[in-house]
Design a protein around this ligand. Structure first.
Ligand SMILES: [Zn+2]
Length: 145
């Protein structure tokens, strides 16, 4: 039997802790009301930079490596899991339309990689290759010529 723990899963706590130690400030389980009445609750939200981070459980979100379909009661689980994935995609789309950057991490991702992915989305450090989303407004602190 699987215990269902919804809040503060370990990888999430570790990531939050690491980001906090690096001086980043964020909201946890912050509910966003997007256009069209869509409500999304990222695990970690950087509201000023509009970066939403989700740490997806391998089972619930059907990770390609660990999200093997339960054999028992498959008729019960399959639609549930499918719905979760569909909800994820709909949330991503709504966030992107609203000008957010979405970072989705599987819970099995090593902490260092998770931190790197979040920092890249935040546009800090040397990450310049990704994140050209054409968001309105220019980030503050850009060195001008
Ligand atoms: Zn996994």
């Amino acid at each position: 039997m699987r215990a269902i723990r919804r809040t503060d899963t370990k990888p999430e706590v570790a990531l939050r802790h690491a980001l906090h130690q690096m001086g980043y400030r964020y909201r946890k389980d912050y509910r966003l009301d997007l256009d069209g009445g869509k409500r999304v609750r990222p695990d970690i939200a950087f509201t000023s930079r509009k970066v939403a981070v989700f740490i997806d459980g391998c089972f619930w979100h059907s990770c390609p490596d660990h999200g093997s379909k339960p054999r028992v009661n498959e008729f019960y689980w399959a639609p549930k899991l499918l719905r979760t994935v569909e909800r994820d995609r709909a949330a991503d789309a709504a966030l992107i339309i609203a000008g957010w950057k979405v970072v989705r991490l599987w819970e099995h991702v090593p902490l260092d990689d998770a931190v790197a992915a979040v920092l890249a989305a935040l546009g800090g450090g040397a990450a310049t290759a990704s994140g050209q989303q054409g968001t309105p407004g220019t980030p503050p602190g850009t060195p001008g010529a």
